[in-house]
Design a protein around this ligand. Structure first.
Ligand code: HEC
Ligand code: HEC
Ligand code: HEC
Ligand code: HEC
Ligand code: HEC
Length: 455
């Protein structure tokens, strides 16, 4: 709560108490809420236009209708439920986080959408029912969470069939459309943890963004998820409201250019500026995640890849000689952390699908990601069937030193550049091809370059 005085605090407590009295306790307990208990986002757009337009480009708005979710959920999750007793109701968890109003309505298999909705081909028409994804009225009627810290969609909703009180963080708001009440949840990270920490049916943490955040320096500095992901922007929170120092962005940007560029920093450690053809050159590269409040990458780490490409390039930046990372003989899992196109990755369980190329990237580069293994020990993209996670992701602010060694090729002469690029991609192209979806673009996180003269 931004600068709340004792007076306003007690005022709010009274407001709170009043609004809670109207909620039927039994209803809160069984949490059965038909779709019409929530207002559609279009209703809010009239007065909260910029929040609506930003939200409409967010992954929250397409958490159900997104092409990737649609393919994985209908083609793979439902088909896998009879495979093992643990998976009997696997779909329910997906819906709990990706389409919370369908979950609360008890509809675990909503109608499939036939769009190819994604960030680059947005389908931000009127979103109704399950297609509302994670939307305004759902988030702004959350009462509390069942666990401390929350996980696996353990939110408890206060929505009723009336126009509900909207909870938020504003001081003395007044709205002609709805009642308002201040809730501590909106400026704290628990509201995000409820879906951004996920325990799968085999009791494996397959998403742990909140835990990673909790272990970082940021909680101690009073920095929460919202500080970075819902930054203040200009304008008023509502059309007829008062100007305020804060009007928080609702784009919830994450694995896209605006957030990924500069998320980590790299630095080549090499003292020389002159080298000889045939000479063996040793150097290293420091890699540090500088802007994330959690590991990098985080979230859906079974498909997000961050990799370090190192090469000698010419003045135009064209690669002349690729320098692979040195294998780490001390780490038995090193093979998971070096890019490879071996056909060893399964879109579903290894007994339910055929393998595809694991990374679909140039080989031999250091890769920061998670390897999810199924109960046959095979690499899988199916987080709900994962029994083991092996990972080497970058902790926030940690400096990782990668070692390289190469022999200067005889054919090179004159000026060359030692180039290191850290890249990010949301999913391997092999997986996108398997689902028949658009390839996700490669984003350059950071680069470093050294001019070398070959004598
Ligand atoms: C994922 C949950 C979530 C969704 C979805 C969401 N909000 Fe919010 N909203 C928040 C949080 C959290 C805050 C407080 C942010 C802060 O100030 O740090 C907030 C703040 C607000 C505020 C108070 C003013 C401000 O900027 O702090 C308004 C008004 C608001 N949201 C309206 C909307 C509307 C309209 C939509 C849909 C277009 C929407 N919200 C969607 C979580 C959500
Ligand atoms: C007729 C206009 C109107 C409509 C429609 C409307 N709001 Fe608001 N809302 C306002 C105004 C005005 C405020 C107060 C703004 C201020 O004081 O700065 C407000 C405040 C809020 C707040 C802040 C509450 C707090 O205590 O911090 C939230 C959250 C919110 N609205 C959510 C919604 C949602 C969700 C919808 C759609 C279901 C919606 N509003 C529809 C006008 C509207
Ligand atoms: C009801 C569950 C739920 C809540 C609450 C929630 N999220 Fe999300 N969030 C999701 C899901 C599901 C996705 C992925 C949607 C997709 O791409 O299919 C997501 C996506 C995101 C992304 C985009 C990631 C990317 O690059 O694809 C960001 C950033 C994010 N959430 C931040 C937040 C923050 C910050 C909060 C708290 C203010 C929050 N979320 C609350 C479920 C939730
Ligand atoms: C200090 C700023 C900061 C804080 C605090 C922070 N994040 Fe992030 N987050 C980032 C940056 C920068 C990125 C882009 C790089 C990346 O993908 O990790 C990001 C990315 C993400 C992504 C997308 C990951 C992907 O690649 O798909 C999600 C989801 C996310 N954050 C959720 C959260 C949640 C939930 C919290 C709170 C528990 C949180 N973040 C706290 C800065 C922050
Ligand atoms: C506890 C909440 C939770 C559960 C349960 C959950 N997800 Fe998610 N899912 C998320 C969040 C949060 C993200 C965003 C992480 C990120 O972007 O890095 C996400 C991301 C995704 C994405 C990536 C979308 C993209 O565009 O890259 C897919 C696909 C997906 N989930 C499918 C599923 C399926 C299928 C299930 C059920 C087996 C499921 N999820 C269960 C919270 C959940």
């Amino acid at each position: 709560m931004k600068k709340l005085g004792i007076l306003s605090l007690s005022f709010i407590i009274i407001l709170f108490a009043a609004s809670f009295q109207t909620i039927d306790k039994a209803q809160r307990k069984n949490q059965h809420k038909p779709y019409n208990y929530f207002e559609d986002p279009q209703v809010c757009s009239g007065c909260h236009w910029d929040k609506f337009t930003h939200w409409s480009t967010s992954q929250h708005s397409r958490s159900f209708s997104g092409d990737f979710f649609q393919r994985q959920f209908y083609d793979l999750v439902i088909a896998s439920e009879s495979f093992a007793p643990e998976l009997k109701d696997a779909r329910n968890d997906c819906i709990g986080c990706h389409a919370p109003s369908a979950f609360l309505a008890g509809e675990m298999t909503p109608d499939q959408t036939n769009t190819s909705d994604n960030f680059w081909k947005s389908n931000d028409g009127n979103r109704r029912m399950a297609e509302r994804g994670i939307f305004c009225d759902f988030c702004h009627t959350i009462s509390h969470f069942k666990n401390d810290p929350p996980f696996n969609h353990d939110y408890v909703s206060d929505a009723t069939d009336a126009v509900d009180t909207k909870y938020g963080d504003l001081e003395f708001p007044w709205s002609p459309h709805h009642e308002t009440a201040t809730s501590e949840h909106y400026e704290a990270p628990f509201i995000c943890a409820s879906c951004h920490n996920e325990l799968n049916p085999y009791n494996v943490w397959v998403k742990s963004t909140y835990t990673e955040y909790e272990e970082s320096v940021y909680p101690g500095r009073g920095i929460v998820c919202q500080t970075c992901h819902m930054q203040p922007m200009g304008g008023k929170p509502a059309k007829m409201g008062v100007p305020r120092p804060y009007n928080s962005d609702h784009w919830f940007g994450g694995g896209f250019t605006e957030f990924v560029e500069g998320a980590a920093h790299i630095e080549i450690k090499l003292n020389k500026t002159e080298i000889k053809a045939g000479e063996k050159v040793d150097f290293s590269i420091d890699v540090q995640a500088v802007a994330t409040g959690h590991k990098f990458p985080t979230g859906s780490t079974e498909e997000r890849d961050v990799w370090l490409r190192v090469a000698l390039v010419n003045e135009k930046g064209e690669e002349m000689f690729h320098i692979p990372v040195m294998k780490n003989a001390d780490d038995p899992n090193d093979k998971y952390f070096i890019t490879s196109n071996e056909k060893v990755a399964f879109p579903s369980h290894s007994k339910l699908s055929e393998p595809i190329a694991r990374d679909a990237l140039p080989e031999g580069d250091r890769l920061y990601h998670s390897a999810f293994l199924d109960n046959e020990g095979e690499f899988t993209f199916a987080q709900w069937m994962t029994v083991k996670v092996i990972e080497n992701r970058l902790n926030p602010m940690e400096i990782r030193n990668e070692k390289y060694s190469f022999v200067v090729p005889e054919k090179l002469e004159g000026n060359v550049y030692l180039s290191a690029k850290l890249n990010y991609r949301r999913m391997p192209c092999s997986l996108a091809d398997y689902f028949g979806m658009d390839h996700r673009p490669v984003i350059e996180v950071n680069k470093d370059i050294r001019k070398l003269k070959i004598n």
